[in-house]
Unconditional design. Sequence first.
Length: 33
Amino acid sequence: MPTFHFYKNEKKVDDFSGSNEAKLEEKVNALRS
């Protein structure tokens, strides 16, 4: 199962497990700002 970890300024801010492309894109867009 793919697992994604999101970091900002060297701190982990979120993670996501699974293969739901729409949900992954939603997380990425939310964390971009």
